[in-house]
Design a protein around this ligand. Structure first.
Ligand code: HEM
Length: 425
């Protein structure tokens, strides 16, 4: 890493590699290659939240801080090194501990990982000082709180010996998905999706953003409280219903703000991003309906649970994260290599590879459909085949990003050094 190098690029590429690990555990978990070892569930779970989602969210947040609050420096330099080292080594130790059923290793790994998250939190908190329009920093700060709480609960589970019990994992997943991911996703999409497409948040909608934040906070807290009671005692309380309905309203509100902002007359740029965000948002919304069905105890609970989880997290969130990763890494590389140079920069299209990435998006959606059909049919082979196809398509996806990264490594010595750019890029 060169001095002052943006952390986002490394963290997102690192997250994409963890995505492959998630899918390998997922395919093993379907049982398509024979009997399923119990630990695979825990391995899949840890790689999903602490690896794939964790790295991409933490990396993207640092990029957004730079772009929105213009507080660009993530110092001291030693912490920049320690952040990826702590996150990766912590997660690897926790995974090995899980595979070998060595509780002490799981605890050690989680503590190391948590220190990495605290370093990141230190930088996110610093962004408050910026005098600029900071939206969605409020979402990020609150989400970070929930991420730390979730990690502490996970650690506590390991310490008091509940480790591996599905019920406990479900509780952690509730805090992670609603408190951390939900807040980051909704707040960030409102600001970043229009920006990705060359647009901005609609001016008329800006005055309602405080209401969105209020709704997001209230509904998330009620929904978490209600779901924790549900998953521990199987009781559906009024808190749960009110929380779920308010959360649903908040999601509809998010879509309305996005729709109004995106329908502005400005030219739409980089349409490839839409190939990931649109199916992602549709699948996520359908996945939420299956979440409601889960609460009403309607239909086959195992199937509904699997549909809810994979529509929201795989076909929904992961597609959105893939689209964002493709866009952020391409723009970062282009800007690091060419900004500040006297000669004219080539168009970014050679990094975006739009056509190829559109075809990949379609392939990913098809494999998600196969996976979903497998879940509905209760057919392990179809479920596993969908998973394998998805693994294949995302390997090609990541191959393209790594090709761009190789170009960056080759060219970065010719770039204007960070200290002479006056900002970190
Ligand atoms: C190739 C892709 C994938 C396959 C084949 C796969 C397969 C599976 C299977 C078979 C289960 C067990 C379901 C059950 O019986 O309850 C599961 C659970 C789960 N999956 Fe996936 N998965 C994949 C990708 C993902 C991704 C990308 C995410 C999130 C971003 C994810 C999140 C989860 C979660 C949170 C659970 C619940 C874990 C638990 O607590 O038991 N999966 N997955």
């Amino acid at each position: 890493m060169m001095k002052g190098e943006p952390l986002t690029l490394g963290l997102i590429i690192n997250g994409l590699l963890w995505f492959l690990v998630v899918q390998i555990f997922g395919v093993l978990y379907t049982g398509v290659f024979g009997s399923v070892v119990n630990n695979v569930a825990q391995l899949h779970f840890l790689a999903v939240f602490l690896g794939w989602i964790g790295f991409v969210i933490l990396g993207a947040e640092l990029q957004m801080s730079r772009a929105f609050t213009a507080l660009r420096r993530f110092e001291p330099e030693t912490l920049r090194w320690l952040l990826p080292i702590f996150l990766n080594s912590g997660l690897i130790i926790a995974l090995i501990g899980t595979a070998l059923r060595m509780q002490i290793m799981v605890i050690l790994g989680l503590v190391i990982y948590l220190i990495g998250v605290l370093i990141h939190t230190y930088w996110v908190v610093q962004q408050r000082r910026s005098p600029l329009f900071k939206f969605p920093l409020g979402y990020h700060l609150l989400a970070q709180f929930f991420y730390i709480v979730g990690l502490l609960v996970l650690l506590l589970n390991s310490l008091i010996g509940f480790y591996g019990i599905i019920q406990e994992r479900t509780n952690v997943a509730i805090v992670f998905t609603i408190g951390w991911i939900g807040l980051v996703l909704t707040g960030t999409m409102i600001r970043i999706l229009p920006m990705f497409l060359g647009k901005v948040i609609n001016r008329g909608m800006k005055k309602y953003l405080w209401l969105h934040l209020l709704l997001a906070i209230t509904s998330s807290i009620l929904l978490i409280a209600g779901l924790l009671m549900f998953s521990s005692y199987f009781i559906v309380t009024p808190i749960l219903w009110i929380g779920a309905i308010l959360w649903g309203l908040m999601w509809i509100f998010t879509l309305v703000i996005l729709f109004v902002s995106l329908s502005s007359k400005r030219k739409t740029l980089n349409k490839v991003t839409l190939f990931y965000f649109v199916p992602g948002i549709v699948s996520f919304s359908i996945g939420l309906l299956f979440g409601m069905a889960y609460l009403t105890n309607y239909g086959d609970i195992t199937v509904i649970r699997r549909l809810h989880i994979h529509l929201t997290l795989l076909a929904g969130l992961s597609m959105i994260m893939l689209g964002a990763s493709h866009r952020i890494t391409s723009f970062q590389i282009h800007s690091i290599i060419y900004s500040g140079r006297k000669t004219e920069a080539p168009p970014i299209s050679f990094l975006l590879m739009e056509k190829g990435y559109m075809v990949l998006a379609i392939t990913l959606v098809i494999s998600q459909l196969v996976l979903i059909v497998g879940v509905v049919m209760g057919d392990t082979r179809v479920f596993g085949t969908g998973g394998l196809l998805h693994l294949l398509a995302s390997t090609v996806f990541i191959g393209g990003i790594l090709k761009n990264y190789r170009f960056y490594l080759r060219e970065k010595d010719n770039a204007i050094p960070f200290d002479r750019k006056g900002s970190e890029v």
